[in-house]
Ligand binder design. Structure first.
Ligand SMILES: CC(C)(COP(=O)(O)OP(=O)(O)OC[C@H]1O[C@@H](n2cnc3c(N)ncnc32)[C@H](O)[C@@H]1OP(=O)(O)O)[C@@H](O)C(=O)NCCC(=O)NCCS
Length: 188
């Protein structure tokens, strides 16, 4: 099912989206900002990944699309645990730098939260970000995540170890946020 936010559409990942992801994944300034790391990603490897990929009961990925720019990024949840009602945020990214800081990631997260809490009946989303990734931490704060701890020196990049901030958003955090910002009230 497609998910409609106020600024973005979250839809299934299509073959034509994966080159955008491959190019972003190979950019050093992107890798610098993410908790994970990758080997150089070829077109062949990316196509093979896509051929083996499908949304499942444990992982759901979306392409973020806007009316003006088409496919602009990705978001998702993985490690879905249906007994405990938990999942972990996956790969939030806006590929085109010129359209960052316009609220697209925030809207994508709000849309995904609504789906996770009001349709999938989840109760908690886990998140993490490098301690210096101010944009990611700000988006997380804006959509209701709370800082729950720090994994000290958990990631090595650029010649140094860096802390990873551990975050969580409960259904009740999301609901409290909606009470204060009425996010969906002016939505179509
Ligand atoms: C993180 C990312 C997805 C945010 O996307 P976005 O569409 O720009 O996010 P939004 O516009 O919804 O919100 C960004 C917020 O961070 C703030 N921000 C951006 N860069 C910042 C910086 N260097 N320092 C402080 N705040 C910053 C923006 O001002 C905005 O907050 P505001 O609305 O209070 O002004 C995007 O920067 C990205 O793709 N980065 C590379 C990949 C990445 O880091 N992914 C997250 C891995 S954990």
């Amino acid at each position: 099912m497609n998910l409609y936010g106020k600024k973005v559409l979250l839809r299934a990942v299509e073959a034509e989206d994966i080159e955008m992801v491959r190019q972003l994944t190979n950019q050093p300034d992107y890798e610098k900002m993410i908790v994970g790391w990758t080997l150089p990603l070829s077109t062949k490897d990316q196509k093979e990944w896509y051929q083996g990929f499908q949304n499942t009961m444990s992982t759901i990925r979306f392409t973020i699309e806007t009316e003006a720019d088409g496919p602009v990024g990705m978001i998702g949840i993985g490690e879905i645990d249906w007994k405990n009602g938990t999942a972990t945020g996956l790969g939030m990214r806006i590929a085109k730098k010129e359209i960052r800081t316009k609220g697209l990631a925030t809207d994508a997260w709000m849309t995904l939260m609504r789906y996770a809490f009001e349709e999938l009946r989840l109760n908690r989303i886990n998140g993490s970000a490098l301690s210096y990734n101010a944009a990611s931490l700000r988006v997380c704060e804006k959509v209701g995540f709370k800082v729950e701890g720090t994994q000290r020196q958990a990631v090595y990049k650029n010649g140094e170890f860096h802390d990873v901030v551990m975050l969580g958003c409960l259904k009740e955090d999301y609901e409290q946020l909606l009470e204060s910002n009425h996010y969906w009230e002016d939505a179509n």
